[in-house]
Design a protein around this ligand. Structure first.
Ligand code: NAD
Length: 473
């Protein structure tokens, strides 16, 4: 028996749920069984796999209320949980629609007329997916769906901080025997994640840079690919010509949706000095309109801080900033309400890059605003980070905004909007710097990551090749 893990409820602070990680031996057996079942899954063909995924979708829809309830208990917020479920369900449809064309293969000519090329792809048999707590459902399924359609079997290890949604997912899986054999959710913490890497053929990891490094090292030792989607410290640049009304609304949403617990939250805001005062006054006024989702989940827009350890980081960053001279205009403290940890949207000025709030991932509803004198300075500040996940640029002219966007070292840039890569999945992107490594999780490449290309070269004539030894010897 492994040690049970008690799970904290983010609204009440009570440990009201328990998960039991599988003993390592059991996990090895599970991986072997799932890998074996993959052969039949691949033979089923794409049509059969699409049918199974659609059946799963229907089973999830039938148990949607239970799934919503579990996700709300995992995260303490309702509207984002509803969005998460909608987005997961629509991703099943989107991939089922795209997969037939993406997986089509054909014979090709080569530079040598009598040699034909058959380009095929072979799925990695068993994919391991390790996911974080901030969007528990979405981030444990975002790679799962394309991997399954590619013909892989998948074992998912969600975060031990938000694992309640797993039970309704398994109930829905039980209704689809063909899928049940090739898709498994295992509960556990870091040790289970680490054991999983030892038994899979490819790993998709979403989480912190610190853990990502361990995952990359473990995968490298086994010579298996690791796709890492890690942290961020996304900047927004607001040029003098920007529409302030739109910019403040977009940035507020991009910073504090899901209580700022998103890898692509805007965590640093650089504003042209001529509009700086007007900008932050407007941002503060709008931030004041947002309410905590307390005492009930419907009470407001800002849910609790899901992970207790994150509340400590947010407090530390705020304290560090104030000690170094930052001024807080709204919010500014982590509150203890009903056992949960909460933070209202917080706007800070008088900030600089000596402060953690401008350099380290805060993962809270915190909006530090800093003025810049020239566009060059704004770009240099935006790029002064170990991260390079995404960014936003606001300007009246699209051309001016694009000029800035091309200079920012990040993989996804929203123009006159924020967090668009969370909404639009067509754009392929590879995280820059410490924000990740590996193929794009978005666009067509996302599915193709799960296959190894295989070239079959066919001699089509019955004569000696010119490069053979003479006389055929
Ligand atoms: P984390 O790194 O602490 O944990 C992520 C997962 O890794 C969990 O399931 C955990 O149990 C597992 N894990 C821990 N140690 C492990 C080990 N040694 N081997 C294998 N697995 C192990 O991250 P977190 O706190 O859950 O999530 C927050 C982080 O995730 C933030 O940094 C955030 O920016 C990042 N994130 C990135 C993206 C993205 O797409 N780039 C999306 C969401 C979150």
């Amino acid at each position: 028996m492994t040690k049970p893990i008690e799970v904290r409820n983010p609204r009440t602070g009570k440990f009201d749920y328990v998960i039991i990680p599988p003993p390592p031996k059991l996990l090895v057996q599970q991986c072997k069984r799932t890998r074996k079942a993959q052969v039949r899954w691949q033979q089923l063909g794409l049509e059969g796999r699409i049918e199974a995924l659609q059946q799963w979708k229907q089973a999830i829809l039938s148990g949607r209320d239970r799934l919503t309830e579990a996700l709300v208990n995992d995260t303490g917020r309702l509207s984002v949980s509803v969005l998460e479920i909608d987005s997961f369900l629509s991703s099943i449809d989107r991939w089922c629609r795209l997969a037939p064309e993406l997986l089509q293969e054909s014979a090709k000519n080569t530079a040598i007329p009598f040699i034909a090329l058959q380009q095929t792809s072979v799925p990695y048999p068993l994919v391991g997916i390790i996911s974080p707590w901030n969007f528990p459902l979405l981030l444990s399924t975002i790679d799962t769906i394309p991997a399954l359609l590619a013909g892989c079997a998948v074992i998912v290890k969600p975060s031990e901080i938000a694992p309640r949604f797993v039970a309704p997912m398994i109930t829905a899986l039980n209704a689809v025997p063909k899928l049940h054999d090739v898709l498994t959710f295992v509960e556990g913490a870091g040790a289970t994640g680490s054991d999983l890497i030892e038994n899979v053929d490819l790993v998709c990891f979403t989480g912190s840079v610190a853990t990502g490094r361990k995952v990359a090292e473990a995968a490298a030792k086994r010579f298996i690919p690791a796709f890492l989607e890690l942290g961020g410290k996304d900047p927004a640049i607001v040029l003098e010509s920007a529409n302030l009304e739109l910019a403040t609304s977009a940035i507020l949403w991009g910073s504090v949706v899901n209580t700022g617990q998103s890898c692509l939250s805007i965590e640093r805001i650089y504003v042209a000095e001529s509009i700086f005062e007007k900008f932050y006054h407007q941002l503060v006024a709008k931030a004041h309109h947002l309410r905590l989702a307390y005492p009930t989940v419907e009470s407001g827009e800002i849910g609790p801080i899901i992970a207790e350890r994150q509340a400590a980081i947010i407090s530390d960053h705020l304290l560090d900033a104030v000690e170094k001279g930052a001024v807080i205009h709204c919010g500014g403290v982590v509150e203890d309400l009903g056992g949960g940890r909460w933070c209202r949207p917080t706007v800070l000025t008088h900030v600089n890059h000596s402060m953690k709030v401008m350099t380290e991932e805060t993962f809270g509803p915190i909006m530090p605003v800093m003025p810049f004198a020239t566009v060059e300075q704004a770009v240099s500040l935006a790029n002064d980070s170990i991260y390079g996940l995404s960014a936003a640029v606001f300007a009246e002219s699209e051309a001016k905004a694009l000029e800035v966007a091309y200079q920012i070292d990040a993989s996804g840039i929203s123009i006159n909007d924020a967090g668009l890569t969370a909404m639009i999945h067509e754009g392929e992107k590879n995280a820059f710097k410490f924000s990740g490594v590996g193929g794009s999780r978005m666009g067509a490449a996302a599915l193709k990551r799960f296959m190894r290309k295989k070239a079959i070269l066919i001699k089509t004539n019955a004569t000696y090749d010119p490069w053979w030894f003479e006389n055929g010897e």
